[in-house]
Write a protein that binds this ligand. Sequence first.
Ligand code: ZN
Length: 197
Amino acid sequence: MAYSQSLNELVAALSKLPGIGRKSAQRIAYHLVTSDEEYVKNLSDAILNAKEKTHYCSVCNDMTEDEICPICASDKRDRSLICVVAEPKDVVAIEKTKEYKGLYHVLGGLISPMDGIGPNDISISKLIGRLNGEVKEVILATSLSVEGETTAMYIARMIAPLGVATSRIAKGIPAGSELEYADEATIANALEGRRKI
Ligand code: ZN
């Protein structure tokens, strides 16, 4: 490899980004070092700025710049509904449908024994802690993959004794695929067609 050391380091760092292989990392690195300086500086400032300001909502674990995210803080949301998702990007996908008016809970992953991720490694106990008298239904909107199903079933079992209804999003989103890749109508239908479990 005829790259300089600094360029090699940049390629190595970019290769660690999700979905970026070595070839893409090389292409991006080359693009960056041949771009004008102001663009590169703005990009690096944007990364640092977002990193500095973004943290987890203290209620739902979604990404926010505030202590409590705008959805949790809003008085226009239906507080009797909590939609449980794996990642912050799933909230974005569901919000895009403009159909859902309840609250969210972001687990921060899915139960996956193969990867050593158990129920205590994701935000389940915090979810249970939110089930005060106000919440009437918990919608389990984890993906229809093995991990998503395992997580949904585990949470449903934990919630059952508390007298809060649980429901599961309908099939329609292809099994294993993630919410972020489904179109808005598909997500809206999956939520609309949810079934009590
Ligand atoms: Zn929140």
